[in-house]
Design a protein around this ligand. Sequence first.
Ligand SMILES: Nc1ncnc2c1ncn2[C@@H]1O[C@H](COP(=O)(O)OP(=O)(O)O)[C@@H](O)[C@H]1O
Ligand SMILES: [Mg+2]
Length: 250
Amino acid sequence: MSEPVIEVEDLWFSYGVEPVLEGISLRVERGDVLGLIGPNGSGKTTLLKLIVGLLPLQQGTIRLFGQELRRFRERARLGYVRQRSWDFERNFPASVEEIVRMGRVPRLRWGRWSRADTEAVERAMRAVHVAELRARPISELSGGQQQRVFLARVLAQEPEILLLDEPTAAVDPKVEAEFYELLGRLNREQGLTIVLVSHDIEAIVTQVTKIACLNRKLLFCGTPQECLASDLLERVYAGKKLVRHQHSWG
Ligand SMILES: Nc1ncnc2c1ncn2[C@@H]1O[C@H](COP(=O)(O)OP(=O)(O)O)[C@@H](O)[C@H]1O
Ligand SMILES: [Mg+2]
């Protein structure tokens, strides 16, 4: 049975006069990997921020795990990684383990570390293969390693839904492909529901179960095969080349 974990209904939002989201309705079910695509400025980040409660709801409905967003208090069930966070935090003076432990803070009871918390941090580091790097300063790692550390940090929170805003912007295509494979594996093995923003459908197509395409309005929501078979990408991206760095794949 499918269980909706995010339900968005007729959502509108504007920062000023012009709406940047117009009547968005979207449903994410438990176990989905949803790739959210769309050109720059199409409202992808705005939509994620509304879902995680970083922007106020103006018009429309959002339900999380069947509960109205207004009443929803269990924020730690959502793990959010904001756009370009990796760029900002690369030079942070901390070890891998310290960074991953920070991700556990939303789950601490009375601010105290229990054995369960320490175990969650260990599991998160092992899941993305950074346990052996635990003592290393983050600034000394490669881009791909850093990216896995920041993934471990949000996994330490043990979220049921992971929302990632353009997580691979700063790494080369091979590392990017490996990262998406890793997300696919977390989905299959741990049942993690994932919402992933990308502007590169080719990079995510093999790992996602659904594609939603946004350009202020929701233009498409369906399987990646349906998306690729349609002329949607042509229309939305107006002939702009979507496939980056294809030569260096494989
Ligand atoms: N804080 C803000 N204040 C005013 N306008 C904003 C703000 N953030 C984003 N916008 C505008 O809203 C639109 C959607 O932005 P965004 O959600 O960041 O799109 P995307 O993530 O798809 O690139 C863009 O036109 C952008 O310029
Ligand atoms: Mg964005």
